[in-house]
Design a protein around this ligand. Sequence first.
Ligand SMILES: *Cc1c(COP(=O)(O)O)cnc(C)c1O
Length: 396
Amino acid sequence: MAGFTHLFIPGPTNIPEQVRQAMNLPMEDMRAGSFPNLTLPLFEDIKKVFKNETGRVFIYPSSGTGAWEAAMTNVLSPGDRVLMSRFGQFSHLWVDMAERLGFEVDVIDCEWGTGVPLELYAEKLRADKAHRIKAVFCTQNETATGVTSDVAGCRAALDAVNHPALLFVDGVSSIGSIDFRQEEWGVDCAVSGSQKGFMLPAGLGFLSVSQKALAASRVATHRHCYFSFDDMIRTNDAGYFPYTPATQLLRGLRASLDLIAEEGLENIFARHHRLAEGVRKAVDAWGLKLCAKTPQWHSDTVSAILVPEGIDSANVVKRAYNAYQTSLGGGLNKVAGKVFRIGHLGWLNEVMVLASLSAAEMTLLDCGVRLAPGSGVAAAIEHFRRTADMPVAKAA
Ligand SMILES: *Cc1c(COP(=O)(O)O)cnc(C)c1O
């Protein structure tokens, strides 16, 4: 088929041309004397994206899920009590992993479309006078429902009762795209992956840890091998890895970190917010609702859009792909058939978002959703023009 296939799923995301080119090079020797010239600056520069000043970042040849496992198996001990909440497929899978790894999981089930229940967390922490809870978990951005939770609020709940538990954050679909401040928010383990805000192919798992998490790892007793912090530290400090690193991806990461630094994190967050608002205006204009219950939960990286009763969202996703070469995200687990998702994170701009909206709009019409053709796109256009640097205004 002619033309681009459009990728608007919440990961993998679109890869900037500079990043793609940076990965197109011959294989290199990961034990060469010059290899640390690549890796040592990477270890330093990636910390800036997490706003981690005093800790360190591990870069695993895994997807984000591997970094989840690395965090839990290095920092905790079997049977440790952990406080988690579940409100979408990704928070569900993290709970499932914690249970399968043998932790005692205190899980709070929340309505899908909401996020981390701060009040209930505060209550549980207040009641835990003996400090049996060793870690508190927060999925910052639930990619299945398009819900963003308040990480700083989790820190505040811990501090309010001087609770020493570690704070774990899943930032796979948020870090590098929406506000995240590891040092300031006292996050001990922050997990991310290469194929979302970092604009790379899948294949790198990032785990950014605090000194407190490193100290905990020295006394924790859960078994681990491939993900061992100690093995990584021993080799990383000299610029190497305990096993073959994904050298192309590291070259890509160099390019991606350069692009992030060039645009500036605060500008990136503002861009994501503005683009997300355009999507939300379109959804309003269509007369549809987001899965996220209230604006407090709105995600600036992914929108999960509820389809009207009687329409199967799986057909929407299929139709968009087959008829318009456009990948939208489907509904997962409890919201299967009920939502479709537009991923609006990473390397994208207004016109790309408008492309996703026009594809979604044509598809919704094809699937029998009653909406005014052009209404969503028009609403987004108005928003983008209203919030743009207007050349006319500048000249005046
Ligand atoms: C994508 C995603 C994951 C899983 O990451 P993989 O790289 O697919 O292993 C975990 N959590 C969230 C919030 C995600 O969006």
